[in-house]
Ligand binder design. Sequence first.
Ligand SMILES: Nc1ncnc2c1ncn2[C@@H]1O[C@H](COP(=O)(O)OP(=O)(O)OP(=O)(O)O)[C@@H](O)[C@H]1O
Length: 226
Amino acid sequence: MTARLSAPILTITGVTAVHGRGARARAVLAPTSLDVRPGESVAVVGRSGAGKSTLADITLGLRTPSEGRVLVGGTEWCTPSAGPPRGERRLVQGVPQDPSAAFVPRWTLGRSIDQAVRRLTGERDVGSRVRRAAELARLDLQLLDRRPSEVSGGQAQRAAIVRAVAPGPVVLVADEPTSALDADTARAVSAALLSITQELGIALLLVTHDPTVAEHCTRTLTITAP
Ligand SMILES: Nc1ncnc2c1ncn2[C@@H]1O[C@H](COP(=O)(O)OP(=O)(O)OP(=O)(O)O)[C@@H](O)[C@H]1O
């Protein structure tokens, strides 16, 4: 079955966002709708301040929309009155712009990843999840014994991908994950995200300013400021 024929794994319907209240309220995300099917990657593009990160945060369940709703796997994920269902956060995972945001500076990468994956899955032994995710992200397992300051930017970003993939999400949200990397490393890291998305049959929202990265996604969603 092709991706086009299967049911959407992520559905965003009429989502908007407003910052501030009362007289200071300001629309920061125009009504946005999107269906993403298993294996599909959507490049989210648009001018600075258009609302791309706001959409990423809503999809991650970090903030609720002002209107509309988000479904994950056909089940309500967030609405103006409710965030993600308890115990389901592993279903949508993020890859941040700055990978150091994903790790405790004085811990090894492996310790941060294990702890996050245990918390999200409720499992005690997460070794096989982490090894499989490292294989998918093409991260040498030995690097997991290092601290974030002891690896390159590209290696840290691959470790952040391991952290995001190991819990078993059905949606990945990557907000400018390659903007701090040189061109070759950026290409390799975005290629890893795209191949993982296809191989696992999950959905990817990839916020990017890089037209080359956007070109390699299944499609593009252009966000325009409200
Ligand atoms: N905490 C906040 N309080 C008030 N306004 C905010 C806040 N965070 C973001 N905004 C505003 O919301 C709008 C959308 O911001 P957002 O970060 O989603 O844009 P973006 O498209 O991701 O921009 P960029 O490409 O520069 O990262 C902007 O006008 C921004 O100034």
